[in-house]
Write a protein that binds this ligand. Structure first.
Ligand code: HEB
Length: 749
């Protein structure tokens, strides 16, 4: 806050913290997010149930009425809030990125920092506040996450655009998501970065190294192109949803801007056609706001004075609203009918010639040369304006690939309408997960490939007796049980809580590309799958049926049970049948390819890259698997004892009886008689030496040793490594295992 010392509080968690003293220390905070302690609705609250009792059509009617119910405190341009609300929904969903499935509109995060204060989200604080009376009226029956997106849909419909449908089902979160890496810039929209000081790109705080972690094909591409966008980011700058509207770094070059648009939209899983349709369709509506210099605009919501009550960007220019609004600093209205769907965007783009000019706020934008004044003024019916465009709009005409598509849309408005409606639906639902999560009366019946479709269950499910028989059959195949554990893990652990993709259902592990992922040890995987297919075909020939997806999980459970028994623990691993097998045709290889892990510490796969350490990859993966720190700990310890490293190595297998479900990993890691030293200069592999005999006892990776070195992880390891810890260890391991196996079972209660 202006005029006040930034750090002075000595209560409420003030003061210099561990994070300030030891910024490099592994952070576990992202494993403690969204617990019952932050969620006021409590664990009994079932959003899907609440949503079912919502009068959906009444909400839609209220939203529709709001569109033209202009409020004095924030008047609607052209008497219609449609443009503002579409931008709100688009910015909510548009933070999604394919690499880690984070961002997106699925959690209502636009309400929280940093998104609520991003320069690209100026004025969306007003948009959300306009919605409060409706949110208040329907309470918990509709989440903010759903409401922000549904409002965009209703806005489109109210202006004559036919949408592809809508699904609810996004429960709210109540705290800022710390797990998302938004970039390392230290200034909004700037290029100064924290490159040098080793801030990290996963686990919620830093950088995935652009070169090392980038997939090979991206690498070759990006080196010859102007901007190399760091993975996993999907925006050219911190604070932007995508790209600078004025052109790269403000340079009004539509062709260079097209490059940035293509990169950033691809990272949100949009191809050229979808990208053109989205931009053109979106900019059919509304206007941009740059009545005067942004010097008139106050602090963003997170830094605004308390009396502003969560609103930010107070505007001191004249009335500060309506015709005086300052949002982006650009002053553009794209079409002659900004509150009506139509093909006006392309008409203007192609039928005018464009000249560079400046907005009243001094930003680069384009005006139609020689065109008449045909565009309406947002507040003065007697005024008309010349057609205008952003640099990024001209990209759709001057980039050769975009131009082809744009011209086709220009000549075939029905194609624009269809592609836009589908791409908009994808934009809003990309991170909602499988169709079993979709709620409400407007769910499209068509299966879409990006939904990773799985056939509906078409057979009676196996019963207790069948499960017992199948477990015996599996263990009688002669395959080493630990390999069933590896395969079940490989199958289920593709799940990511961020966008709810992946998981064991569908058995995509047996399809391209998963069956050839290095982390999955393709040769061993093929051997296991062949054995399981044998068990399956024998069982299915008896007239009953089990999917391979189910059998993979069942086999993993059978192996865990056996391993526990061998260690003297009688425990049952739960099994919930009901999975189905997807086909290769139902699988988009490139899209599923984004689920491939850079590293998976649970299998000791992968290692540090220059700015991310192995153990940070482990925590990041645990976060995507929605695991807590204790769950992560017990799973790593158990899987090491079960001997399930991806390559069969002995790293971290701190036991003389590998394959048994023992707490030996913890006992031996914490053994004071062992001294550790790095065995290579890259500090990835360590040797455990017996202090007395000098003999090498164990080898381990950073993902193993961190459970002894990190104070909080060590505290957890001590629980499982104590003399009274072994029962608890087995129980907790089975519970965490079962959780992972069912992460994608949204069909289960
Ligand atoms: Fe947009 C607006 C940019 C895409 C929709 N945008 C806007 C603005 C800007 C932009 C700057 C202004 C703001 C103010 O207010 O000032 N975009 C942009 C870019 C891009 C885009 C750069 C990429 C290229 N959009 C987009 C999309 C969509 C949209 C995709 C959907 C779909 N926007 C929109 C709307 C609007 C805008 C609707 C209007 C708003 C109002 O009216 O308020």
């Amino acid at each position: 806050m202006s005029g006040q010392c930034p750090i002075k509080s000595n209560v409420g968690g003030g003061g210099t913290k561990n994070r300030d003293w030891w910024p490099e220390q592994l952070k576990l905070n992202i494993l403690r997010q969204n617990t019952s302690k932050s969620d006021p609705l409590g664990t009994d609250f079932d959003y899907a149930e609440a949503f079912k009792s919502l009068d959906y059509n009444a909400v839609k009617k209220d939203l529709n009425d709001l569109m033209t119910d202009s409020q004095d405190w924030w008047p609607a341009d052209f008497g219609h809030y449609g443009g503002l609300f579409i931008r709100m929904a688009w910015h909510s969903a548009g933070t999604y990125r394919v690499y880690d499935g984070r961002g997106g509109g699925g959690h209502g995060q636009q309400r929280f920092a940093p998104l609520n204060s991003w320069p690209d989200n100026v004025s969306l604080d007003k948009a959300r506040r306009l919605l409060w009376p409706i949110k208040q009226k329907y309470g918990n029956k509709i989440s903010w996450a759903d409401l922000l997106l549904l409002t965009g849909n209703v806005a489109l419909e109210s202006m004559g655009c036919k949408t592809f449908g809508f699904a609810g089902g996004r429960p709210d979160t109540f705290e800022a998501d710390e797990s998302v890496y938004w970039g390392r810039e230290m200034t909004w929209l700037g290029n100064e970065t924290r490159y040098a000081d080793g801030v990290k790109g996963v686990g919620g705080s830093g950088v995935v190294d652009a070169d090392e972690s980038m997939k090979a094909e991206d690498k070759t591409k990006s080196h010859s192109e102007p901007r190399q966008l760091e993975e996993p980011l999907a925006a050219a700058h911190m604070g932007l949803i995508y790209v600078n509207p004025e052109g790269p770094d403000g340079n009004p070059d539509p062709i260079a801007a097209a490059h940035d648009i293509r990169t950033t939209f691809a990272r949100m899983a949009m191809d050229d056609e979808e990208t053109v349709a989205l931009i053109a369709g979106g900019h059919t509506f509304g206007k941009t706001h740059g009545a005067a210099s942004s010097d008139n605009v106050g602090k963003e919501p997170e830094d605004a004075p308390i009396e502003q009550q969560g609103l930010g960007w107070a505007n001191g220019y004249n009335s500060g609203k309506g015709p005086d609004t300052i949002t982006s600093g650009l002053e553009v209205t794209w079409t002659t009918t900004p509150t009506k769907w139509g093909n006006g965007y392309f008409t203007s783009l192609f039928e005018n010639e464009w000249e560079l000019t400046k907005s009243p706020a001094g930003a680069n934008q384009w005006v139609a040369k020689n065109a008449g004044e045909v565009v309406p003024h947002a507040f003065d019916a007697s005024k008309k304006l010349k057609p205008t465009m952003l640099t990024t709009d001209l990209s759709l005409r001057f980039d050769p690939a975009y131009e082809k598509i744009s011209r086709r849309f220009y000549e075939n408005p029905d194609q624009l309408a269809d592609v836009f409606a589908r791409a908009w639906f994808k934009l809003l639902h990309r991170d909602l997960g499988p169709r079993s999560r979709y709620l409400g009366p407007e769910i499209p019946s068509e299966d879409l490939i990006w939904q990773d479709p799985i056939p509906a269950v078409d057979h009676p499910l196996v019963d207790e007796n069948d499960v017992a028989t199948l477990k015996k059959e599996v263990l009688a195949t002669g395959i080493e049980p630990s390999k069933f554990v590896s395969t079940a893990w490989a199958s289920a652990s593709t799940f990511r809580g961020s966008d709810k993709r992946g998981g064991a259902n569908g058995a995509r592990i047996r399809l391209e590309p998963q069956r050839n992922w290095k982390a999955n040890n393709p040769q061993q995987l093929a051997e296991v799958l062949k054995a399981l297919e044998g068990v399956q075909s024998k069982f299915n020939s008896s007239g009953k049926k089990i999917s391979l997806a189910d059998l993979i999980v069942l086999a993993g459970g059978a192996a865990v049970e056996k391993a526990a028994q061998d260690a003297g623990h009688n425990i049952k691993v739960p099994f919930a049948p009901g999975r189905m097998d997807a086909s290769q045709e139902q699988t988009d290889v490139a899209s599923v390819g984004h689920l491939e892990p850079h590293a998976d510490g649970f299998r000791n796969y992968g290692k540090s890259v220059s700015r991310v350490r192995t153990e940070e990859f482990l925590v990041d993966r645990a976060n995507l698997l929605t695991l807590t720190a204790p769950e992560m700990t017990v799973l790593v310890g158990g899987m090491r004892a079960l001997n399930t490293n991806y390559d069969g190595s002995a790293h971290g297998v701190f036991t003389t009886r590998p394959g048994q479900l023992t707490n030996d990993f913890f006992v031996n890691l914490l053994d004071t008689n062992t001294a550790w030293k790095a065995s290579g200069s890259d500090k990835e592999i360590y040797e455990g030496i017996d202090r007395k005999t000098g003999q090498k006892k164990w080898t381990g990776t950073r993902a193993d040793l961190v459970f002894g070195s990190h104070a909080e992880l060590r505290a957890l390891a001590e629980i499982y490594g104590s003399s009274d810890g072994s029962e608890k260890f087995v129980k907790d391991f089975v519970a965490a295992w079962d959780k992972v196996m069912n992460l994608d079972r949204f069909d289960l209660k």
